[in-house]
Design a protein around this ligand. Structure first.
Ligand code: HEC
Length: 408
């Protein structure tokens, strides 16, 4: 029953998490787009009112005319909409999902004794600790650097180093799938914390000053806007790397690669570079930024580097004669029962079998044949973290067994 309920919690939380994340990243993309498309108003009425930038857009059967006031408008005369539930809901649902999918069964998902042999409880606590630690390091870096273009270059340089070290650390401590996910969760936690600790509190101070009825000291308030903008720009560069890391458990090719820290870091970096292309593209089309294409090319080049690095090497050679394959197939069918016994039943027998996949009945092997082939031969996810030390030769026997079953 526990497994069944956990499965449902996973379904519902993942659904919520993806919907909230779409709302959050969608509005974040929208505001980056908006900021980069605002033009200084020429209309004297807008200039008089202190509008700093405005644009026209058409969408869904109407025309929109957003206007931005730097620091603050003279007054706010209707309901003020805040953007924060998207971010908080994404983080809360994501954290809950991390708990039910990874931390709950830390012994299965977070501990790979071949990589790092430690207690599941410690592995889970360290995972949560890493989320907080990453935020503290990033936040301290930003506080020390201050605001402005020079500060941002410093922060980018320091954080590239910090993220490279973090990629190495998580892949050293955790199985690939968990490591990639944790890296994504660390960046995503910093993104939500930016909203919670800097962006929203800064805006609250500005709104409080505006509505206090007291004369407004604009120069003193400006720093809140600059800090909020800085953190929100950082969040923009985190989005593509985070989405890559969050989705990565669909791609064992990447998560279980030998140098998976390099794969993780390089592909996240390519995401940040490609994001820069999109950000700069808005300004380029208005003639105020240089051509952003080199960023996209640099990002794409990194993807190609990883593709080349992971490409299967050598192999080929002489293909065995038909008779040899036949003999191998016969042996494979005989061997499969013993293989499953040795490598699978620890986790896949009885009513509590992992994922409900029971392999302790002969007909179950046939029923799950395609899934077994997929998990053992194609993605090599099973046996989980190769807990039982299955050899390539044994995987070859599973492949031969499956070939023998499927119509040629
Ligand atoms: C150490 C425990 C362990 C061992 C050993 C193990 N598995 Fe699994 N297996 C799991 C877990 C945990 C899952 C659920 C994976 C997930 O959530 O993605 C799973 C899932 C599966 C699935 C379903 C995958 C899916 O998501 O649809 C198949 C099929 C499978 N295992 C086959 C095998 C085979 C075949 C072997 C032996 C060669 C094996 N497993 C050995 C733990 C194990």
């Amino acid at each position: 029953m526990e497994a069944y309920l956990l499965e449902w919690a996973g379904v519902l939380l993942r659904w919520l998490h993806v919907v909230a994340a779409i709302a959050w990243i969608g509005s974040s993309f929208y505001f980056v787009f908006l900021d980069n498309n605002l033009l200084k108003p020429t209309d004297p009425v807008l200039v008089e009112r202190g509008v700093d930038g405005a644009m026209w857009a058409v969408h869904g059967g109407g025309f929109y005319h957003p206007q931005k006031y730097l620091v603050a408008p003279p007054r706010i005369d209707s309901k003020l909409h805040w953007f924060y539930w998207e971010s908080y809901t994404t983080w809360l649902s994501g954290f809950a999902l991390l708990v039910v999918t990874y931390l709950w069964h830390a012994e299965v998902y977070l501990v790979d004794p071949a990589r790092h042999n430690w207690s599941p409880t410690v592995a889970a606590l360290v995972a949560v600790g890493l989320l907080g630690a990453f935020w503290l390091v990033y936040d301290l870096t930003c506080r020390l650097a201050g605001v402005g273009p020079r500060a941002d270059r410093w922060i980018a340089a320091v954080m590239l180093g910090v993220i490279a070290v973090a990629c190495w650390l998580v892949t050293t401590l955790y199985p690939g799938r968990a490591a990639f996910l944790l890296m994504g969760a660390m960046l995503a936690t910093a993104m939500s914390a930016n909203v919670l600790f800097w962006i929203i509190p800064g805006q609250r101070k500005v709104v409080a000053a505006l509505t206090s009825g007291q004369p407004v000291d604009r120069a003193a308030l400006a720093i809140h806007g600059q800090r909020g903008k800085q953190r929100s720009v950082h969040n923009t560069y985190f989005t593509l790397p985070v989405l890559f890391a969050m989705l990565s458990n669909h791609w064992p090719l990447l998560t279980v690669a030998e140098h998976n820290a390099f794969v993780l870091f390089t592909l996240m970096l390519s995401g940040a570079l490609i994001r820069q292309y999109f950000v700069q593209r808005h300004g380029y089309r208005l003639g105020r930024e240089p051509n952003p294409l080199p960023w996209a090319l640099a990002g794409s080049a990194l993807i190609v580097v990883v593709m080349v690095a992971l490409a299967p090497r050598g192999g080929g050679g002489e293909s065995p004669g038909a008779a040899a394959v036949d003999a191998a197939d016969r042996d494979a069918v005989a061997a499969i029962g013993a293989l499953v016994q040795r490598h699978c039943l620890a986790c896949h027998a009885g009513p509590g079998a992992m994922k409900g996949v029971r392999l302790d009945e002969p007909e179950a092997l046939l029923r799950h044949a395609a899934a077994i082939h997929q998990q053992v031969v194609v993605t090599r996810q099973m046996p989980l973290h190769n807990a039982t030390g299955m050899t390539d030769e044994e995987r070859g026997q599973v492949a031969a067994w499956y070939r023998g079953l499927s119509p040629q």
